[in-house]
Design a protein around this ligand. Structure first.
Ligand SMILES: [Zn+2]
Length: 86
C-alpha cells in the first residue's frame, strides 16, 4: 500500500488573480518588454532593452510598472492606487 501524496496549491480562491507579468513600453523608443514583477518590492528603475534609456516612474507613480507597464505593480493591484509604498 502506498500513501497518496496530495499536493496543495496555495492559490488564493477568492479575489482577483494577481498578475505578475507586465509589459513595459519604453517612452523613448517604443520597445516592448514583458517583465515579471517582484511581489513585495517596487522596481523604481528600469533600463530599456531597446535603447538603453533608464526609465523612472512618473510623478505620482510608485514604480516603472505603474507608469509604463500594461499591468500595475502587485501592491496596487491588491490595494488600489496610492496604497503602494511611497
Ligand atoms: Zn527604449
Amino acid at each position: 500500500m502506498q500513501k497518496m501524496l496530495s499536493l496543495t496549491l496555495e492559490a488564493p480562491q477568492n479575489g482577483p488573480v494577481m498578475q505578475l507579468q507586465s509589459t513595459l513600453t519604453c517612452p523613448a523608443c517604443g520597445h516592448n518588454s514583458t517583465e515579471t514583477m517582484p511581489i513585495d518590492a517596487c522596481e523604481y528603475f528600469y533600463d530599456c532593452k531597446g535603447c538603453g534609456t533608464r526609465l523612472k516612474p512618473q510623478a505620482g507613480d510608485c514604480c516603472v510598472f505603474c507608469s509604463y507597464g500594461s499591468v500595475p505593480c502587485p501592491p496596487i493591484q491588491e490595494n488600489g492606487k496610492s496604497a503602494c509604498c511611497s
